[in-house]
Design a binder for this molecule. Structure first.
Ligand SMILES: *[C@@H]1O[C@H](CO)[C@@H](O)[C@H](O)[C@H]1NC(C)=O
Ligand SMILES: *[C@@H]1O[C@H](CO)[C@@H](O)[C@H](O)[C@H]1NC(C)=O
Ligand SMILES: *[C@@H]1O[C@H](CO)[C@@H](O)[C@H](O)[C@H]1NC(C)=O
Length: 294
């Protein structure tokens, strides 16, 4: 049996027996430093992670496990004050030249000016699918929840439970969709002063370093992938799926669609699907498909 069908079978099993439960990840137990260990702090018994960037290095942490489908929640408080030039991230990625990747990146700004929530998707190594948004709140004064829902039909990016983006499975018309490579969950902070803030015009002010972002309430409801097979049983602790929808089949109901359209109308800064100059040969195939009502 292929790993995918065994995962799907497990999903069906868990769905029907209603055993779905979220697992609260512990940064000490369930993650490892990817780089810049001297700028990583794990506090509160593994519940809180801070990643810092200074003039020597950024830093990053990654999950020990790899996952094939799931719901991934992270609460993040971004670098306060002058964060220009800095980029904090929360993303999923597999390895290699044909890797898949689902991104949240947070592009800093000078004090009082808005961050940009940058999203992207790679499938089979092909990216160039950016959508960017201004947050409708100050992301530096308190924690906000950033969620990736990844199931075989679609990927949904959510902020505080509001869907901001959806990428549907359009394999039927030849658009690769991430559904066979397990991904690791990553968080990081790094310097991107050459492009992040106003396209690189505003540089990092290093006298204000270190720049720190905090991460907490990392919750997974996902299929752990190991040695060629996938297990979706996460834990039997309290069910903390918000709302009534299970991630395995999650789609956008009419209320979600309204929220998404409203966010895209009011807060979207960039959409690759309307960037005709960038794609003179024609927009990517998926851009010609309806995003909603699928
Ligand atoms: C880096 O920052 C430290 C502390 O602010 C400072 O002492 C040092 O000179 C800086 N190094 C460089 C290469 O800018
Ligand atoms: C930073 O602020 C400027 C001015 O308001 C704005 O144009 C830009 O989109 C903001 N965000 C980033 C990441 O540059
Ligand atoms: C960098 O930050 C320092 C300390 O806040 C400030 O005095 C200085 O004017 C800033 N530099 C620039 C180029 O904004």
């Amino acid at each position: 049996m292929s790993s995918l069908s065994s995962c799907v079978m497990l999903l069906v099993l868990m769905f029907t027996t209603n055993l779905m439960a979220a697992s609260a990840e512990n940064f000490d137990r369930d993650c490892q430093v990817s780089y810049g260990g001297e700028n990583v702090a794990i506090l509160d018994g593994g519940e809180l992670l801070t990643l810092s960037l200074d003039n020597t290095t950024g830093s990053g942490v990654q999950s020990n496990n790899n996952y094939l489908f799931g719901r991934f929640d992270m609460n993040i408080k971004l670098v306060p004050g002058n964060s220009a030039g800095t980029v904090a991230t929360y993303y999923l990625s597999s390895q290699g030249p044909t890797h898949d990747e689902i991104d949240f990146e947070f592009l800093g700004n000078v004090s009082g000016q808005p961050y940009i929530i940058h999203t992207n998707l790679y499938s089979q190594g092909q990216g160039n699918r950016e959508q960017q948004f201004y947050p409708w709140f100050d992301p530096t004064t308190s924690f906000h929840k950033y969620t990736v829902v990844w199931n075989p039909q679609r990927i949904i990016w959510m902020v505080d439970e509001t869907p901001i983006r959806v990428f549907n499975n359009n394999e039927a018309i030849g658009v690769p969709f991430p559904n066979s490579q397990a991904m690791t969950v990553y968080t990081s902070i790094w310097d991107a002063e050459d492009w992040a803030t106003e396209g690189g015009r505003v540089k990092t002010n290093w006298t204000e370093a270190p720049f720190s972002a905090s991460y907490t309430d990392f919750e997974l409801n996902a299929c752990v992938y190991s040695s060629g097979s996938s297990s979706c049983a996460t834990s039997t602790s309290t069910n903390s799926i918000t709302g009534s929808e299970a991630w395995e089949t999650q789609s956008l109901d009419s209320e979600d669609q309204e929220k998404l359209l409203s966010v895209q109308e009011k807060y979207m800064v960039y959409d690759y699907c309307t960037d005709y100059e960038r794609f003179p040969q024609g927009l990517p195939t998926e851009c010609k498909q309806p995003t909603l009502l699928q």
